[in-house]
Ligand binder design. Structure first.
Ligand code: SF4
Ligand SMILES: [Zn+2]
Ligand SMILES: [Zn+2]
Length: 385
């Protein structure tokens, strides 16, 4: 895979320093450069992203969401390097989530443990089993493989937050790269998911009421360059894919991106820039069932939040409506587990309830037929993620 894009003519000089032999064709702009210049531009671009977006402050404790994969391994390595080189003054900790996927996560966690030794960084591992009393393997055997990534995504988000809270850290950095971000923009665009489209290029996200913020220092880093960097630096990372296939639609969007990138490498960064400059129309939100002014239309987000004790209807661009039963306050807590939630019960607790009911049914019937899995699928479809 790496060999595909390391084929500059040996005779050429580096287009950057004009003194050493070119050894790398930069995937981002096809520039032929030497290894040293590649390290330099790759690291400097990430440093510029960090500084321009003021991602860190001196004395901040930062958790790297570490999976053992190429992105998070390179992220941990580079953050440590840049922190020392430019004196960010941050304290870096590795935070790993053990989803409980035999043959995948157990092996990748072994890599993280080696990284911990290699980079001399503290490591905290939080498992789904200890948090939810379910492993992903158990979830898949109970609910089927179809929605595995939906369960996994909801649980991972909470697990990272809880792990960070345990470490008393309020900033988690993740290895999401430019390809991931462009892919997400494309998916949201193709789905007409305007709310997510608006947020899909944000480098730092946080929710009101939650002390945990998340950032993506690799927002402008190409996946191929991350692989190339890890390869040349001989970093120790785990490259096996998860045994549960990613969501079909994401897979197709990824394929589309790869095809576009092959024709025009800059399309990844162009999609991100398009997303960043997108200005969306104000949402049309209509308030209903309000005794004092039953037909009032709420025209903007602020109005929506001020009137959040009441039931609302959101009218989507295609004319369909979404019912938002009152009580939404960004910063609410789940009544069951205390996690940040826009509903009384958080998504994870709703999913867990469905899983527990299904497990009980399976025990009673000793029947693993599709009934329970189909019911859980319906539950998932009713939730808006
Ligand atoms: S591919 Fe899906 S199931 Fe596997 S780790 Fe990723 S989100 Fe979880
Ligand atoms: Zn050079
Ligand atoms: Zn909950």
């Amino acid at each position: 895979m790496v060999e595909n894009f390391v084929k500059p003519k040996i005779s050429q000089l580096c287009e950057q320093c004009h003194s050493r032999k070119a050894q790398v064709k930069r995937p981002k702009n096809l520039q032929k450069i030497c290894k040293e210049c590649f390290y330099d531009v790759f690291e400097t671009e990430i440093h510029n992203t960090i500084v321009n977006n003021k991602l860190f402050y001196p004395g901040e404790r930062v958790a790297v969401g570490a999976s053992g994969g190429k992105d998070s391994t390179v992220l941990a390595y580079i953050l440590k390097l840049l922190n020392e080189r430019y004196n960010y003054g941050i304290e870096i900790v590795l935070l790993s989530i053990d989803e409980g996927i035999i043959g995948y996560r157990d092996d990748s966690l072994a890599t993280v443990k080696r990284n911990q030794q290699q980079y001399q960084l503290p490591l905290e591992i939080v498992s789904y089993k200890e948090l939810y009393n379910w492993t992903m393997d158990e979830i898949v055997s109970c609910a089927g493989i179809r929605n595995s990534c939906t369960y996994c995504g909801v649980f991972r988000r909470q697990a990272l937050d809880r792990g960070a809270a345990k470490l008393e850290i309020n900033h988690v950095v993740t290895g999401h790269n430019a390809d991931d971000m462009a892919e997400t923009v494309l998916m949201n665009l193709l789905r007409g998911d305007v709310a997510r489209l608006e947020k899909s290029t944000t480098i730092m996200t946080s929710s009101a009421g939650s002390p945990i913020k998340r950032s993506k220092p690799f927002k402008y880093s190409y996946q191929k360059e991350i692989v190339l960097y890890a390869h040349y630096k001989k970093l120790d990372y785990f490259s096996t894919e998860c045994s549960y296939a990613p969501e079909a639609f994401r897979g197709t969007a990824r394929e589309l991106m790869k095809n576009l990138e092959a024709i025009r490498p800059s399309c990844i960064i162009d999609i991100i820039h398009s997303g960043e400059n997108l200005v969306l129309k104000e949402k049309k939100i209509k308030q209903q069932f309000r005794k004092t002014s039953p037909k009032k239309v709420i025209n903007n987000e602020n109005d929506k939040h001020h009137d959040n004790k009441h039931n609302e209807i959101e009218i989507r661009p295609d004319g369909s409506v979404s019912l938002n039963k009152g009580g939404f306050i960004d910063g609410n807590r789940c009544e069951r587990c205390g996690y940040l939630s826009s509903n009384k019960i958080c998504k994870a607790c709703i999913l867990l309830e469905g899983l527990e009911a299904n497990r009980a049914k399976i025990r009673l019937d000793n029947d693993t037929s599709s009934d329970g899995a189909a019911k859980l699928t319906r539950t998932l479809e009713q939730l808006s993620f």
